[in-house]
Design a binder for this molecule. Structure first.
Ligand SMILES: C[S@@+](CC[C@H](N)C(=O)[O-])C[C@H]1O[C@@H](n2cnc3c(N)ncnc32)[C@H](O)[C@@H]1O
Length: 283
């Protein structure tokens, strides 16, 4: 018996509701993406100054732990969104932070929050296309919750690599591609064994999945989620000259209220990671 709904209905945060059907029009008639400007207001509100629940408790601590920023370093925050990571980089001692994002509206929100700090700059740019920012001058780079939001993972990896000094490091934290695929991963309940299990309907091929951010509105507001098998991602990193040195899997901090299913839910929360973190160095 399926007791739980699909991934998004539980979580809040990044997939508040994935009732979006596969025919949801996530691209323009010319086949290009609509980008994140149309959802910028929703996303900025969701993340706020301190980050979503998952940002605060799992994602940002995971990023900072892998990145190990040292005083005086220059750090690129690639696909920075509305700038939720910036304060953490500065607090850790970064002397220069450049946030890069394709959404002018999210860059605008980031500038409003951090633009007055002389150590911080923002650039509206496609992180998958060659750009002046990918100039080999950064000690470190981060790409947080965005690898699955860009259409060209190979281009992104090339630019992350090109942004770094030789020996520089990049940290990627993303939805775990083996356990969280919108519309294709679900929780289920096995009443005989009394276990909550994770079910995956697809994994092995790249997928483009339309995400309706606020289905209740009845508009076509949404984004595209690009699922890629883990081997493809790591191979793209290798081709871009990024050697993985550390991998971490991040689990939900959330625990359900005491009830008939809570033991099984706790076990599942400790067994199935939600996010994947990778640290790689430019070889
Ligand atoms: C889920 S948000 C994550 C933002 C931020 N890192 C965070 O953790 O809140 C994904 C971001 O990727 C950005 N993005 C998507 N495609 C992009 C591209 N080709 N170049 C640069 N940014 C892109 C979006 O504009 C959006 O800000």
């Amino acid at each position: 018996m399926e007791r739980k709904g699909r991934d998004g209905r539980r979580g809040g945060g990044f997939f508040p509701n994935k009732a979006a059907g596969r025919k949801f029009p996530v691209k323009r008639p010319d086949g290009k993406e609509k980008g994140w400007d149309g959802v910028a207001g929703w996303y900025d509100k969701l993340v706020g100054v301190d980050g979503s629940d998952y940002h605060q408790n799992v994602i940002l601590p995971g990023v900072m732990d892998l990145l190990q920023v040292k005083a005086g370093e220059a750090v690129a925050d690639v696909c920075c969104g509305q700038g939720v990571l910036v304060r953490h980089l500065l607090d850790a001692g970064a002397a220069k932070v450049l946030g890069v994002d394709a959404s002018g509206k999210l860059i605008g929100a980031a500038r409003q929050r951090h633009g007055s700090d002389g150590k911080v700059d923002f650039l509206k740019a496609d992180a998958c296309a060659p750009g002046e920012w990918a100039d080999g001058s950064f000690d470190a780079a981060a790409c947080v919750m965005a690898v699955h939001d860009v259409p060209d993972a190979a281009g992104l990896m090339k630019n992350l690599s090109a942004s770094l000094k030789p020996g520089g490091r990049v940290v990627i934290v993303m939805m775990h591609p083996c356990f969280r695929i919108p519309q294709e991963s679900h929780w289920g309940w096995d009443g005989d064994q009394k276990i909550q299990y994770r079910r995956l309907d697809k994994y092995g091929k790249a997928l483009e999945i339309g995400i309706k951010t606020r289905p209740g509105l009845g508009t076509d507001e949404g984004t595209v989620f690009y699922h890629r098998p883990l081997a493809d991602l790591i191979s793209e990193m290798g081709k871009a000259g990024l050697g993985v040195t550390e991998c971490t899997e991040l689990y939900s901090h959330r625990r359900s209220q005491v009830g008939p299913f809570s033991k099984a839910e706790h076990r599942a929360a400790e067994e199935f990671p939600l996010f994947l973190g990778l640290r790689a160095v430019r070889i």
